[in-house]
Design a protein around this ligand. Sequence first.
Ligand code: AMP
Ligand code: MN
Ligand code: MN
Length: 327
Amino acid sequence: MPKPHKNSAAKDIVRLLAGAAEALIVSHTAPDGDTLGSALALAWTLEARGTAVVCFAADKAPANLRFLPGLERIVHTPPPTPPLVIFIDCADAARAGFRPELPPGGTTINIDHHVSNDFFADWNYVDTKAAATGEIMYGLLRRLGPIRDARTALCLYTAIVTDTGRFSFGNTTARSLRIAAALRPYVDVAELNETIYERRSLAQVRLLERALARLTFTADDRVAFVPLSVEDYAAAGAELNMSESVINYIRAIQGVEAAVLLKEAAPGLIRVSMRSNGAADVNRVAGRFQGGGHRRAAGCVCRGELGPVTEEVLRALKEEMDSGRDN
Ligand code: AMP
Ligand code: MN
Ligand code: MN
């Protein structure tokens, strides 16, 4: 039977966190600023209170996030299951990408903001109104006292900056800005912006060049998409996580209602990113492929060759756009 989608009380989550002697903090695959920043902020806070913390992410962080304090301590192979396992910014348990599977045993906590969250843990704390899991984490950590540690503040600020697109996406609320204001004294925002957004490796630019060369339109030019093959990454000398910014170029094209980036992570394994500028609910499209996310930003992982997967995803997207029109 599916678990009821019900949140636990913040005070109970905090009690569990604060009382843990040992904890495993888990970020999602292909980690971003929100999952890493929120995880590390929690790690710094719990550690200061005496918890033995291990942080796990299946994949490496992108180069522009390597400045995050504590990032170097993130392990990429799952350790033995501790009594408490905390999933950060993961809509479902599979998002953690444990390879091999984490042996059961620990109490699980799920802290997240995705509408597609399936309340998979023993204790769930999901707020879909939060622009970033970093906002939720801020609220939880504040219950343990004022945030005065610069590393924790930088991690939380990064989580919120990245998931709000530098406070520009529609998910940005007064709460996002109030939290940012509270953290601002501890953060060099100009330097942070430089580091995250204004420095690119040549490989990244070469990859962008190839991506733009692959740009294709469909559905009366309302959908733009880019398939990037293993060969594209190799030819550019780029890693998979260097294509994160490509989707923003596609989405920004005038008249484009939905953008799709298909990244061949390994032969037969395609990571799909989708963005919507309006009517199309890309979370629903991603859901058809066991993925998820938000209404205007979602993703999924598909098995198959790049060409057929591209066709399949575009077909699903067009169906969703057409059905949206009828409603
Ligand atoms: P991305 O395109 O990777 O930037 O992801 C956009 C949004 O969709 C983020 O909120 C992700 O957490 C979510 N997302 C991406 N891939 C997946 C997936 N395979 N399963 C569930 N959610 C995903
Ligand atoms: Mn994320
Ligand atoms: Mn997030």
